[in-house]
Ligand binder design. Sequence first.
Ligand SMILES: CC(C)(COP(=O)(O)OP(=O)(O)OC[C@H]1O[C@@H](n2cnc3c(N)ncnc32)[C@H](O)[C@@H]1OP(=O)(O)O)[C@@H](O)C(=O)NCCC(=O)NCCS
Length: 180
Amino acid sequence: MKRFCLKTGEIVTIRVAEKSDAKELIGVVNRIGEESEFLTFGRGEFKMTVEQEEAYLEAVSKQSNSVYFVAEINGKIAGLVSFAGGTRPRTEHTGELSVSVLKEYWGMGIGRRLMEELIEWAKGTGIIRKINLRVRKDNERAIRLYKKLGFTESGIISREMQVNGVFYDNLCMGYEIDPD
Ligand SMILES: CC(C)(COP(=O)(O)OP(=O)(O)OC[C@H]1O[C@@H](n2cnc3c(N)ncnc32)[C@H](O)[C@@H]1OP(=O)(O)O)[C@@H](O)C(=O)NCCC(=O)NCCS
């Protein structure tokens, strides 16, 4: 668990998500889906039930190569980062990251802190050797954050998203981890 202070004076706690966060997380993820045009789902399109989300969080907590962190402000979830590691021996060293913050908190450093926590965790696992992510090519805010943290571009997947008949390309980015 980590704590830091925003410029507003509010305290942010970064901690591992628990099964009991399931209901709130569904609400937060749906809200971010409404607030941002860059996620793979829009308003009302994140259809996990509380039971499914609970089961997911429980499964993640049992996998040494997967994790789910939340950023909490005044007891409420304001952001999240998750990493799902591969389930087979040949892919367990790698996995995909996803990060999101509620719009009212954008640009305050929460996304960066969540990503730093995830990178520190990944290094500490001794298993993870590569963090992958996909980001819409026009998501400048996210791409700038990833580059600042050392992620490099590895290619484009064309037409990976379609919103109202318009195709969008995704940029693949990655962060390699080598033992010290
Ligand atoms: C992308 C996202 C996670 C970034 O989180 P955040 O808390 O706003 O980011 P931070 O405040 O930590 O900013 C980190 C960096 O982002 C960049 N950034 C912040 N605000 C920015 C802006 N308005 N324009 C461009 N870049 C910006 C800067 O490089 C910043 O570094 P700094 O420390 O020098 O300010 C957040 O905006 C978000 O959830 N967006 C919607 C969902 C999404 O796009 N998720 C990523 C999907 S791949």
